[in-house]
Design a protein around this ligand. Structure first.
Ligand SMILES: [Mg+2]
Length: 252
């Protein structure tokens, strides 16, 4: 079996990881709820904590690239994750670094334990692996992304792995796509990128001259989401080669 006919000249397929191959936001939501419930000393409900965490998360994500936190975030998820919990508690008038650390630790452990591949991901990867160069391009801290790949047991299928934390820069930086192209040694139009983020996956891949599949899933909603809905395509934004709702849609 191979890719659908419209991708007949494709020789390499890169996948995004979180919410493309695995249900990251579902795992994150579960981990947060466990953390807030397992350490009730904060005296607030799970919903109250989640609401404050969401605000702290949005503020942090908006500025992290421009602050000293980015350097820390690249190598280890722990420091910024604990800082986010500290800020969450601070928003409720709680100044307790030790509690913030315990919340952060439980969140991490439970999130990693709950992380699973989407049902169709492994069968699709196995179908493609013998005939295509396969790779991963994923944003996030080096240690966390490596742990995810290990937990999901998919390393053997992906000889080409590009992680933001290891490179020091991530999607949508065009350098990421240049390095990934060099690694597989084929022309840009012979590479297909499959990702869930319109801005961080699809747009830069299109810029790089790659073929594109935008995967949209109902579960692709961050705990900090304001709308409760997956990312929308901007009205006048370019169209991906294909918009899919399951990885099975890539297979002929
Ligand atoms: Mg993703």
């Amino acid at each position: 079996m191979s890719l659908i006919p419209q991708f007949s000249d494709v020789k390499a397929v890169y996948f995004d990881l979180d919410d493309t191959l695995c249900a990251y936001w579902d795992a994150a939501k579960y981990g947060l709820r466990r953390a807030f419930n397992d350490h009730p000393e904060h005296g607030y409900t799970e919903e109250q904590l989640l609401a404050q965490w969401s605000i702290a998360f949005r503020e942090f994500v908006e500025t992290i690239g421009k602050t000293h936190w980015y350097e820390k975030y690249l190598t280890s998820g722990e420091i910024t994750r604990a800082e986010l919990m500290r800020r969450t508690l601070e928003r409720l008038g709680i100044y307790d670094d030790e509690l913030a650390y315990r919340l952060s630790h439980t969140y991490h452990v439970e999130r990693q334990a709950a992380l699973i591949l989407f049902d169709e991901a492994l069968p699709v990867i196995k179908v493609l692996a013998p005939d295509y160069h396969l790779g991963l391009i994923t944003n996030g801290p080096a240690d966390i992304q490596r742990q995810e790949i290990e937990k999901l047991q998919i390393a053997e299928y992906f000889p080409h792995v590009f992680i933001e934390g290891e490179m020091g820069f991530g999607k949508p930086n065009p350098k990421v796509f240049e390095l990934a192209q060099e690694s597989v040694g084929v022309e840009p139009h012979e590479i297909l990128f499959v990702g869930n983020s319109y801005k961080h996956d699809f747009l830069p891949a299109l810029e790089a001259g790659w073929r594109t599949a935008w995967i949209r899933r109902d579960s692709d909603v961050a705990p900090s989401s304001r709308t409760g809905k997956p990312e929308e395509k901007p009205e006048d934004g370019p169209e991906p080669d294909i918009t899919i709702y399951s990885l099975n849609d890539l297979i002929a």
